[in-house]
Ligand binder design. Structure first.
Ligand code: PXP
Length: 259
């Protein structure tokens, strides 16, 4: 198994990894309340196609991924599971039992369509520090999903996180709105957060995700120091037309193409 020190020492010399978020395979299944399509089958196909990890979000309202999916997928993955959860007692108990390779702590609001903003780590350092420690005691590496802001990066480091995941939603939305100035500004904000993370703690891994597509991923994948990108919605949307294995290959091509 790869150790955390070897993970961090190879960080800036390797291309970023791709974690595929398969929540929306479960969304499709839940829309009919039937047993298909299977998130487990999707996860295994993504791995075959070259995904470096699988991300699933067990939401408190169980709108897509169900508890049984978490256990089943954890048992059969050959890469690494990244389990996204809100920092609640219920989720802590599940994570400590499942023992995914990564847990990513995210903010959660019942009425939101998707994770809307980063976790306010700076506003709850002592509670989160304790929560992170409880996960790490169970042998789980912990990532905190934050907005690309220096104070949040510093707070995540203070909490003892193994990684941060920088929220790329504002960057993606600016692109969809055709606002190239804003998109450039958001890209710079993300680059600045990566630099801050490396300056404060060179061992901290820096991931990114949210709203990434084949059209906007390259600029993020080219940032020196980005360890992994977590991509769901756009990749599953591609899969509707080309199949999930081809969608993984196409996303990796878009990440790594020379610009
Ligand atoms: N990273 C985190 C922490 C998320 O909550 C999500 C959405 O579930 C993603 C990445 C993937 O975002 P998208 O589905 O927009 O690619």
């Amino acid at each position: 198994m790869t150790t955390s020190s070897s993970l961090s020492s190879t960080r800036s010399i390797q291309k970023p990894l791709l974690g595929v978020n398969i929540d929306h395979v479960a969304t499709l299944r839940q829309a009919r309340g039937v047993s298909y399509p299977s998130p487990l089958a999707a996860a295994l196909l993504c791995e075959t196609a070259g995904a470096d990890g699988i991300t699933i979000h067990l939401r408190e309202d169980r709108r897509h991924i169900q508890d049984a999916d978490v256990y089943e997928i954890a048992e059969q993955l050959t890469t690494r599971m990244n389990l996204e959860i809100a920092a609640t007692d219920e989720m802590l108990a599940i994570a400590r039992e499942v023992k995914p390779y990564w847990v990513c702590l995210v903010p959660e609001k019942r009425e939101e369509l998707t994770t809307e903003g980063g976790l306010d780590v700076a506003g709850q350092v002592s509670w989160l520090k304790d929560y992170v420690a409880k996960l790490q005691e169970a042998g789980i590496k912990v990532s905190l999903f934050i907005d690309p802001e220096d104070n949040q990066v510093a707070a995540a480091i203070e909490c003892g996180a193994d990684a941060v995941e920088l929220h790329t939603g504002a960057y993606a939305e600016a692109g969809l709105a055709g606002d190239s100035d804003k998109q450039r500004m958001e890209l710079n904000r993300i680059k600045q957060a990566v630099i801050s993370a490396q300056r404060i703690n060179k061992g901290l891994l820096v991931n990114a995700g949210h709203g990434l597509t084949r059209d906007n991923v390259n600029a993020i994948a080219q940032i020196d120091g980005i360890y992994e990108l977590n991509i769901g919605h756009a990749l599953i949307a591609d899969a509707v037309f080309v199949g999930i294995e081809q969608a993984v290959v196409m996303m990796k091509d878009a990440m790594y193409k020379e610009s």
